[in-house]
Design a protein around this ligand. Sequence first.
Ligand SMILES: Nc1nc2c(ncn2[C@@H]2O[C@H](COP(=O)(O)OP(=O)(O)OP(=O)(O)O)[C@@H](O)[C@H]2O)c(=O)[nH]1
Ligand SMILES: [Mg+2]
Length: 299
Amino acid sequence: MKNFRSGFVSIVGRTNVGKSTLINALIGEKIAITTNKPQTTRTAIKAIVNRENSQMIFIDTPGIHKPKTKLGTTMNNTAWGSVTDGDVILFLIEATSDKIGKGDSLIIEKLKQAKNVILIINKIDLVKKEKLLELISLYSKELDFKAVIPISALKGENVENILDEIEKHLPVGPAYYNIDEYTDQTEKMLAEEIIREKILKLLDQEVPHGVYVEIEKMQDRKTSKKEDICDIEATIYVLRKTHKPIIIGKDGAMLKRIGTYARQDIEKMLQTKVNLKIWVKIKEDWQNMNSIIKKFENE
Ligand SMILES: Nc1nc2c(ncn2[C@@H]2O[C@H](COP(=O)(O)OP(=O)(O)OP(=O)(O)O)[C@@H](O)[C@H]2O)c(=O)[nH]1
Ligand SMILES: [Mg+2]
């Protein structure tokens, strides 16, 4: 096809602005976990959108923040690396903000080296129209955006317009991925993230941010009634001794809730019954251990 276009699209912005909610909305599948807590996303996550005349490879990134651990530094490196890397950059901000904060100023500075930057004003469901106009004029003074698109990633509002706009700026090129591939995340990675999402949603800040999840076993089998079932064994690693009883809860009640919610989501993803077993272990200071941080590095 002569006019087929393809390319990479980075989604960048401060933490919690809705980058992962947007990537899910763009592909219509849940491949990135989303929570109201900062620093939810820890690695770059790819999602592929195929259209009649184009293929776009989106990259969701960790939110830009001030790192306090080696994990934080690795996450920030991934995020900063994506700011200028990509045929098109979607720079996300929140409609509720009323000035350009320090984080956004730093991002804008770096974006001056990028090719095609589109400003996405997210969470428009939370503000009035007049507020949007002010924000558009404020940011437009700072950078020459190819377009400014107000959206609600949560409600899927105006998301299709982003695809139309990106297509205009993609170079002519072939499809890099098969049409049936929509993410680089394996089922194991997705299941680990689903478990971590439940922990982030059910518990306060400190404990979930010190958690990482590892799946040791993921195996299909037939039950005695000849039904398909997937046995999954996972371990939640916590940062401190005091965190373990919090994750487990009184008489195991919290771990049971985490397990039930995670199992329901994993069943939906795998389209099969799941038997999920979870252990909790302590790994002190893992956020500063190179051997573990490797898992989060961008390959
Ligand atoms: N009201 C409203 N909330 C939204 C919208 N988009 C995202 N959110 C919420 O904003 C919060 C953060 O969303 P995420 O998608 O996890 O944000 P993120 O930018 O990926 O965050 P990090 O991964 O931590 O950098 C969640 O509670 C979302 O439900 C939107 O359009 N409207
Ligand atoms: Mg995210």
